[in-house]
Design a protein around this ligand. Structure first.
Ligand code: NPG
Length: 369
């Protein structure tokens, strides 16, 4: 198949509330959206980059240049017969995985719509509903934290993740654990600690956590292996696992007991599925992370999370946890059992609200064969 037209948009879609991690704050989704057109159909993908290089090296500005000057021309020149071909095409491009993922997701969606097949069935998903949780940013004080977590628990979320950082780790975890003794609870440090903090981090073992996510450097695997030997709680790697090879290294080194798979972080669904399969073989559970995506990226995450080894709840909350109005007409809604329903319409199942999308589009480019 030859792609006939590619459109890339830069959007800004405000969050219902700012989201604060150990190192930065996000007030809006700043994704790039990719639209591929061929044979009378179209597919959409989201590259959920941020405004600054705080989570990884990519930003909306770098992804825009890489998309315009490299990814779009390479794809227009290519002849592809399945979505995995887009992953293979972009192996020549170093890093820039979120930008690449935006195009790869769009190819999955396009092929699915043309073939009348849902993304879940294309990927080999086995569930119609996926367990989900909510990620709670750093809060100004404990009272606010308990109010925020309480509202999510009341809304039906059975798993909560707390963002932690030095000075905001043991106390908030203790407060939430004692208020909700049976809540599925985990914490995420976004790379803010050092191996010298091992003793301090081991104090989190007291709170019966599902996992401690990415305590050490964003590009480290080696020190995480050392730290894991000093903690009872499983370490979950996020930022460090940017490819199937990185997953293999972490598994061989026993640097983690759990892996967070974000398809956008690893360049797309092809690599995400490879990491899933590898972890399953090693007996290591995985879950689907989130990058505060719109309904487009969320649909890809939900489909991926239906694969068999996604046995822990994902950071894929209902659309209203992020946006007052999403850019799709079929936002995700939380079911009473803390699940989201996996779409079974062709492709990702996302039904774009093009009028609203126009309102939140800052800039676009279009290239045609
Ligand atoms: O629900 O999508 C979500 C947010 C989940 O905490 C979450 N994401 O480090 O995993 C993370 C974090 C993140 C958010 C990272 C925004 C980068 C940007």
């Amino acid at each position: 198949m030859r792609i006939e037209q590619i459109e890339v948009r830069r959007i800004e879609l405000p969050f219902v509330a700012p989201f604060e991690t150990s190192g930065w704050r996000e007030v809006a989704n700043h994704s790039l959206l990719v639209r591929l057109r061929a044979e009378g159909a179209e597919g959409w993908g989201e590259a959920p980059v941020g405004v600054g290089p705080w989570y990884n090296e990519e930003t909306q500005a770098t992804a825009w240049v890489i998309a315009r000057d490299h990814l779009a021309p390479m794809l227009l020149d290519a002849d592809i017969s399945r979505p995995e071909d887009v992953d293979a095409l972009y192996t020549r491009v170093r890093a820039n995985r979120m930008a690449r993922a935006g195009f790869e997701f769009a190819a999955w969606d396009l092929f699915g719509r043309l073939q009348g097949q849902s993304l879940r069935s294309m990927l080999g998903g086995v569930r119609q509903q996926v367990d989900v949780g909510v990620s709670v940013g750093v809060q100004p004080d404990i009272a606010t934290l308990l109010r925020v977590v309480g509202a999510y628990v009341d809304a039906g979320y059975r798993r909560v993740k707390l963002k932690i950082k030095p000075g905001w780790d043991l106390e908030p975890t203790h407060a939430v654990r004692t208020t909700w003794p049976n809540l599925l609870l985990q914490v995420d440090a976004n790379s803010i600690y050092a191996l010298t903090d091992a003793e301090h981090l081991a104090r989190l073992d007291a709170y019966d956590l599902l996992l401690i996510e990415q305590p050490l450097a964003h590009d480290d695997i080696f020190d995480h292996a050392k730290l894991q030997r000093r903690l009872r709680t499983p370490i979950c790697l996020d930022e460090s696992i940017v490819s199937p090879d990185h997953a293999r290294w972490a598994l061989e080194l026993q640097a983690c007991g759990v892996i967070n798979i974000k398809p956008s972080r690893v360049g797309g669904l092809t690599a995400a599925r490879q990491i899933h399969d590898m972890a399953a073989e090693a007996g290591v559970p995985v879950w689907c992370g989130g990058m505060l995506e719109t309904g487009i990226g969320r649909a890809a995450n939900v489909a991926l999370a239906s694969l068999p080894n996604f046995t822990l709840p994902g950071d894929i909350s209902a659309s209203d946890r992020y946006f007052r109005r999403d850019i799709v007409r079929n936002p995700f809604v939380l079911n009473a059992d803390s699940t989201l329903t996996v779409p079974d319409a062709p492709g990702s199942g996302a039904d774009l609200d093009l009028d609203f999308l126009e309102q939140v589009t800052l800039e676009r480019f279009v290239v045609t064969r």
